[in-house]
Write a protein that binds this ligand. Structure first.
Ligand code: ADP
Ligand code: MG
Length: 327
């Protein structure tokens, strides 16, 4: 065997594949950027489940014209400056990697006008190379269009599902993000049809009804130490126990919190929403490029809080109770 260096180009595409797996991963990154930009309206438009085209538009703070090329560069971010900042991440993004990764494996166009700028601009890239950067009048906010995802990574493109399946994943993601940002108006269009368009000024209850098809029967917030858990439950149901879990605004997967839920709820079943809030320094979000895994500094405490809170909620407790659990 001979060891050879991968060309930069090949390496970049492989690395991009770690962050971006399918249209829903593109959508997650773009939604997170829109939320970080303080958007109050976000709309997503798909063609062929996002394989042909995926557009995310927001009315957030926008990107200054001169910074558009930087936004596409790897490791360029406006969200952290030093290693110490990793300890107190208050934004969803911080790696400065998403746009660069998406650009590497697609045809990408950004149109944006930053707050306070009197005209906007656009930048277009093909497989990561900038082919156009010019002024363009546009409304305040940002519109990002991703076309032909994985056109240059056929191994990955092959694994994409039928458009309907990719669209459902995107729809689910947007609905879930809506649970902790109920006030942000979210619209999803596919093949020219509006799949949903949330009411402006929703609250969590309304967002849950939109997502679960039924309201929450009970909710409870519990806290202990510096950790708070907001728990929402649809009431008992046969079968599975789907959990939507957030930690400091981030949609995550965590088997230990899932274990705590099952330990507390027993065989009750039902839909669950768990929203954890911790001091930023107690949560390491820099575990995986896709940022869906985290590490808790005190996992035992989180487990205990969720388990006890869930047990209390299932047992009784009225809507909207707040319990401070003794440590
Ligand atoms: P990160 O979110 O980790 O900083 P990204 O690659 O996702 O990295 O984005 C790079 C930068 O581009 C961001 O730090 C931000 O300054 C800018 N940006 C991206 N999307 C938007 C948006 N929708 N609105 C405003 N700024 C954006
Ligand atoms: Mg980002």
């Amino acid at each position: 065997m001979t060891i050879r260096r991968l060309s930069e180009d090949v390496f970049q595409r492989i690395a991009a594949g770690e962050v971006i797996e399918r249209p829903v991963s593109v959508c997650k990154e773009l939604l997170e950027n829109a939320l970080d930009a303080g958007a109050s309206r976000i709309s997503v438009t798909l063609l062929q489940g996002g394989k042909t085209s995926l557009i995310v538009e927001d009315d957030g703070c926008g990107i200054p014209f001169d910074e558009l090329p930087l936004a596409l560069e790897r490791h360029a971010t406006s969200k952290i400056f030093s290693l110490e900042d990793l300890d107190r991440i208050g934004t969803l993004g911080f790696r400065g990697e998403a746009l660069a990764s998406i650009a590497t494996v697609s045809l990408l166009e950004i149109r944006s006008r930053a707050t306070g700028e009197d005209r906007g601009g656009m930048i277009r890239s093909e497989g990561g190379s900038v082919v156009l950067h010019q002024p363009l009048p546009c409304p305040e906010g940002t519109r990002i269009q991703v076309e032909e995802l994985f056109f240059n990574l056929p191994a990955r493109r092959k694994f994409l599902r039928a458009p309907g399946a990719e669209t459902r994943r995107v729809g689910q993601l947007i609905q879930e993000m809506g649970l902790i940002h109920p006030e942000v108006r979210l619209t999803l269009r596919s093949e020219g049809r509006v799949l949903f368009d949330t009411e402006p000024g929703r609250d969590t209850e309304r967002a849950l009804r939109d997502h679960w098809g039924c309201g929450a029967a009970r909710s409870l917030s519990v806290s202990s130490g510096g950790v708070e858990a907001e728990l929402w439950w649809s009431g008992p149901k046969e079968g599975r126990t789907p959990l939507v879990l957030f930690a400091n605004g981030r949609r995550i997967q965590d088997s230990s919190v899932r274990g705590a839920l099952l330990a507390g709820a027993g065989t009750c079943g039902g839909d669950w929403l768990v929203v954890l809030r911790l001091p930023p320094e107690d949560l390491d979000v820099n575990v995986h490029p896709a940022k869906t895994e985290v590490r808790f500094r005190r996992p035992g405490e989180v487990f205990d809080l969720v388990r006890r809170g869930v047990a209390k909620l299932v047992e009784g407790g009225t809507f909207g109770d707040h319990w401070v659990l003794p440590g």
